[in-house]
Design a protein around this ligand. Structure first.
Ligand SMILES: N[C@@H](CCC(=O)N[C@@H](CS)C(=O)NCC(=O)O)C(=O)O
Length: 247
């Protein structure tokens, strides 16, 4: 059985989950807890650089790190329609690279806001840890760790997120699909929308304070057209396997 290590609410993790679900590949999800899980994550990935989730560990022990690599891996093993149409892999890779700036900015905003939100801090811990004394403090230490790991200090967060959303608008326009048929490019664009307007619990269950931290209504209202597009693409292509909240 495959194991997908995730941060359940992270847009990167949702991309990997969607690719595996699309190809109907069986897997179990395990929640990664920043700082607490750092050592075991490093051990699993044997990473020289940053160890991050999503991380897929295949039944034979093969590890695949990162949402793009996991989607490619799923595509090679699955028998459902490809997520990488012939001749489009390079275009999808460019899109993936370009969207990193937007998702990094959204992570910076999430981590910044998490430091001041006790409910969301508790939601970020597995239920066992949540009951311990100093639980919120542990979550804050974990949050500071993620902040330093990703150098969450540069640039205007809003502008970087809006740039990603503008790009999605250019790509989607009035089209149904970015590349003329459903592909990983659509999953990438949907993950950008997730940074300001998380998709309904029908597909991805987010605890309330976590959902609040991912929501930016003032930006989302400027992009209502692509939020609607995202809702349609989920309705049409995201298998409805509501994942459980952490813990
Ligand atoms: N480019 C990677 C980025 C993954 C990433 O940044 N993951 C963050 C998600 S917030 C992470 O693992 N954070 C937890 C940690 O570093 O402990 C991908 O596509 O998967």
């Amino acid at each position: 059985m495959k194991t997908l290590y995730v941060i359940h609410h992270s847009p990167w993790s949702e991309r990997a989950r969607w690719a595996l679900l699309h190809h109907e590949l069986a897997f179990v999800e395990r929640e990664h807890v920043p700082l607490v899980g750092e050592l075991s994550l490093r051990f699993r990935t044997k990473a020289k650089g940053k160890a991050t989730v999503p991380l897929l560990v295949d039944a034979d022990g093969t590890t695949v790190q990162g949402s793009l690599a996991i989607a490619e891996h799923a595509d090679q093993r699955g028998s459902r329609p490809t997520l990488f149409p012939p001749g489009k892999a390079a275009e999808i890779k460019t899109l993936f690279d370009d969207f990193e700036e937007c998702l990094n900015a959204a992570r910076e905003r999430f981590v910044r806001d998490l430091l001041n939100d006790r409910d969301a801090q508790l939601e970020s811990l597995p239920s066992l840890l949540r009951r311990l004394p100093f639980a919120a403090m542990s979550a804050r230490i974990g949050t500071s760790f993620v902040r330093s790991k990703y150098d969450a200090t540069k640039g205007s967060i809003d502008e970087r997120i809006r740039a990603g959303l503008e790009r999605v608008r250019d790509l989607v326009g009035k089209k149904k699909y970015v590349l003329g048929e459903f592909s990983f490019a659509d999953i990438l664009c949907a993950s950008v929308v997730q940074t300001v307007d998380p998709v309904s619990d029908k597909w991805l269950v987010l605890p309330p304070a976590t959902r609040r931290l991912w929501t930016d209504t003032s930006v989302a209202k400027d992009y209502a057209d692509i939020v609607s597009w995202r809702d349609r693409i989920y309705e049409a292509h995201r298998p409805r396997v509501a994942t459980k909240a952490a813990g």
